[in-house]
Design a binder for this molecule. Structure first.
Ligand code: PMT
Length: 224
């Protein structure tokens, strides 16, 4: 129906930061609060979708009617995202996933030593890339791009490299956009080469625009 255009659709949203543990008391993370991803999950549920929200550690409660899967590390988020993918109609990857994780996890607290310390990091697996590789024709894959410069170049690069249908780019250095705020300023890049530059809006309104695009793509795609 018009009010519930995503009824019967399975939508997976990832949100929040990941935490990469160094030892029992320390981790590497980022500034994501989950606001953007939770707004998407709430909006998808309001549009009638069955929503799975895969979330890193955040302080906000799960939106009503959404099934939540809590994870901590990039590796855990990878596992859950790949598990959820085969039955998903669309995936929106809002999470700020760590690109690097400590090469070694120390079971005991690392003690202070004189002088400087070097922390060895290794690459995490790229979830968006893995989903892009497995994507079927009827599925819609949306990535985000958190950039501090060259939005166009980096977003279009991600769109192509990761086989995504849409990239939602935000410049996280602009006030009113990115981490922690209740608003965002995004540019949406689509596979057909088109680009939508949106003004500052609440994250809930941004979520609505993204999901309206996802709905149009799902309805335009041929089911296998
Ligand atoms: O949570 P908020 O405080 O509301 O902040 C919102 C936000 C700034 C986190 C959000 O708007 C945003 O930009 N999310 C993407 C953050 C990010 O990690 O961007 P990226 O350019 O590093 O990654 C690009 C894409 O690849 C993302 O869809 C990311 O989920 C994905 N990725 C990244 C690394 C990795 N190992 N696997 C991935 O799938």
């Amino acid at each position: 129906t018009a009010a519930k255009p995503l009824a019967g659709r399975n939508i997976v949203v990832t949100a929040g930061p990941t935490r990469e543990k160094i030892d029992p008391v320390r981790f590497i993370s980022n500034h994501s609060t989950g606001k953007m991803g939770y707004a998407l999950a709430r909006q998808a549920a309001a549009l009638g979708a069955d929503v799975k929200l895969i979330s890193g550690p955040v302080q906000i409660p799960a939106p009503p009617g959404v099934s939540i899967i809590k994870v901590e590390s990039a590796a855990e988020m990878y596992e859950e995202a790949l598990k959820a993918f085969p039955t998903a109609d669309a995936v929106v990857k809002t999470a700020a996933v760590a690109d690097y994780t400590p090469a070694v996890y120390h079971k005991q607290k690392v003690k202070k030593q004189p002088g400087s310390q070097v922390l060895e990091l290794e690459r995490t697996k790229d979830i968006l890339m893995a989903l892009g590789n497995e994507k079927q024709q009827h599925q819609v894959l949306v990535g985000f791009a958190a950039e501090t410069e060259k939005l166009d170049e980096y977003a279009i690069g991600k769109l192509q490299r990761k086989n995504a249908d849409m990239i939602v780019a935000n410049n996280v250095t602009v006030s009113g956009a990115g981490f922690g705020t209740d608003t965002n300023i995004v540019t949406i890049y689509k596979k057909d080469g088109s680009k939508m530059e949106l003004p500052q809006m609440s994250k809930q309104q941004v979520a609505k625009v993204i999901l309206d695009e996802v709905t149009a793509m799902l309805n335009g795609n041929n089911r296998p």
